[in-house]
Design a protein around this ligand. Sequence first.
Ligand code: FPP
Length: 248
Amino acid sequence: MSRKEQIDLNRLPRHIAIIMDGNGRWAKQRGQMRIFGHENGVKPVKDVAEACTELGIEYLTLYAFSTENWNRPQNEVNALMNLLVKTIHAEIKTLQDNKIRLLAIGDLKSLGEESYAELMHAIELTASNENLALVLALSYSSRWEIVEAAKNIAIKTREGSIEPSDIDSAMFSEYLTTRSVPDPELLIRTSGESRVSNFLLWQIAYTELFFTNTLWPDFGKEDLYEAIIDYQNRERRFGLISEQINPL
Ligand code: FPP
């Protein structure tokens, strides 16, 4: 049985999030500049989005650029931004053909005018697509997002439109950039690093984590299937005991 056939289509995660890591190392192994790794990171983005669409996954969130990535050498930052803009522009037709809706989370205004405009254009064009929602995390960091939410709740509390007793976790979630997106059931990180690097910290409270040594440019549909099968073999208890999840 192929890996794809081993997937139980009735127990798919609704939302998969991925920390795409290892582009730089992939390029270095080939004696190339880091940007060569990023350029070769576009195909796996397309393959994974296609695989998710075929399976019927509802949301795929990709960590494409973190707040911390701004501190990389300026030439890498510029090259990454150009690559993102170019890719979004080039792939609008693919998004439309596959009815993929593009969304973005993060401090989007900080991307610069051209990138922001290109992104908004693609988001508007694809807004009514009904298959996969592809969420790009751009200039995103979880602590930034949580602090922004806290600030906005504080402002409303001071204005009197919110009472401190109204604040609970459901309400807090509504102030995050992911307000329209359910929490991911599965988070994948490539390249052998076992950390979450300021990504969706609030949203992954009960998420299953899957770490693989594969570097992002080598990641493909089969790797995604492997992660989904692994997820489906886990027992998600949400703080309960096994017998409560599986009563006799
Ligand atoms: C991490 O590898 C990867 C990034 C910071 C950029 C991810 C961007 C892409 C895959 C380009 C295309 C994306 C889209 C959404 C069109 P790294 O540079 O940290 O690798 P290293 O850890 O080996 O140095």
